[in-house]
Structures are given as C-alpha cells and as structure tokens.
Design a protein around this ligand. Structure first.
Ligand code: HEC
Length: 101
C-alpha cells in the first residue's frame, strides 16, 4: 500500500473501530430512543438484571444482533449514533447510573 493510500485508509479504520463510550449526553438520548423503540416490550422484560455490569462496547455489539439474542426481538433500526446512545444508556443502567423505566 502506498503512503497516500494509507493516509486515506487509516482514519477510516480508526473511525470504524471507535469504541462505544458512556457520556451523560449519550445516556440521555439513549433513554429517549429506548422509550421509543424498546419500552413497549421491556416494560414486561426488565432489563436491569440482564445488562448488569455491561460495558458500552458490549451493549453496542449486542445491539447488532438483537434477533440472535432472542427471536422475539426485532433488529435495531437506527443510525450508528443512535446505537451508540442506546448502548450508553444500557451500560448506565447496568452500572447503576441510570434507571430502566
Ligand atoms: C418484541 C419485544 C422486544 C423488543 C421490541 C425489544 N426487546 Fe429486548 N428482549 C426481549 C425479550 C423477550 C428478551 C429476553 C430474552 C431472554 O432473556 O430470554 C430481551 C432481552 C434483551 C436484552 C438482554 C440480552 C442478553 O444478552 O441477555 C437486551 C440488552 C435487550 N433486550 C435490549 C433491547 C433493546 C435495546 C431494544 C430496543 C432497541 C429491545 N431490546 C427491544 C424483547 C424485546
């Protein structure tokens, strides 16, 4: 690979592997998205014990394969930023920093 090609490829790789993180802003928008997309089921399927101790990255990875977790769950539809926000919210719930509604 030429230096020029590397200069183009490296930032793209870095973006793709950007780790999921928990920030108050992401948690807040994740909570709204969760209420919108997930709460109609998860009122009856409590999340808190299921995500205990989860990192944002584990939640982010799980969001890519919800139907494999249980066939009852539809795939997550949303942008990558939406997915990062919901992941932050799930991690905050799992670490006692937010409450699942
Ligand atoms: C159609 C109903 C339904 C919807 C919608 C739904 N879920 Fe679930 N979800 C379930 C059920 C049922 C389980 C429990 C599976 C089990 O424990 O056997 C579950 C389990 C989970 C788990 C635990 C996974 C694990 O590894 O134990 C997570 C995290 C989760 N859901 C997140 C979400 C998120 C985030 C959304 C919204 C984007 C969502 N779910 C939408 C039904 C749903």
């Amino acid at each position: 690979m030429t230096a020029a090609a590397l200069a183009i490829a490296l930032p793209r790789l870095a973006r793709r592997s950007r780790p999921a993180v928990e920030t108050p802003e992401l948690v807040a928008s994740g909570e709204r998205l969760f209420a919108d997309k997930c709460l109609h089921c998860h009122r009856d399927v409590p999340l808190t014990p299921r995500v205990a101790g989860w990192s944002p990255q584990r939640a982010y990875d799980t969001l890519a394969r919800l139907p494999q977790v249980t066939p009852a769950m539809p795939p997550f539809h949303g942008t990558d930023e939406d997915r990062r926000a919901v992941a932050a919210f799930l991690a905050a719930v799992g670490r006692g920093r937010a409450k699942a509604p």
